[in-house]
Design a protein around this ligand. Sequence first.
Ligand SMILES: [Zn+2]
Length: 143
Amino acid sequence: MGPLEISSAITAGGHVINMLRTTAEGVKALGKIDLVNQLMDVQLEMMKLLQEHQQLFDANRELQRTIAELAEKLKFQAALKFEPPFYYADGDKTPFCPQCWEADRKPIHLHGPFVRSAKHNYWWECHTCKRDFDSRKSLAGRS
Ligand SMILES: [Zn+2]
């Protein structure tokens, strides 16, 4: 049952409660107090059902949001390319930290490159896991 169907069920339940209220008033006018009490019990049960429907509606919406987030993560993960020693996303020249990605699945951009020596060795820093990574390639060296 999708969110719109649940919402429709809640609206329909509200109509049923109104119909029960009108019926109870009619029965009360006839002096049938026992029937009025039974109708009031039915109204209470219907209100409980509506409350449960609302909770299901909210839970469903939260699940939909979680599914969308997970789908986005899977899409990102599938698009991430490993070019040792780093991971890269399409259209993004800044590498991601291999430690943060492989251990925690956190896509953390590295900072750099910083030149280590005149021999064109470089290093990149991760400000999250505080590791440095050596690389012979500079940013421009990514294929
Ligand atoms: Zn890291």
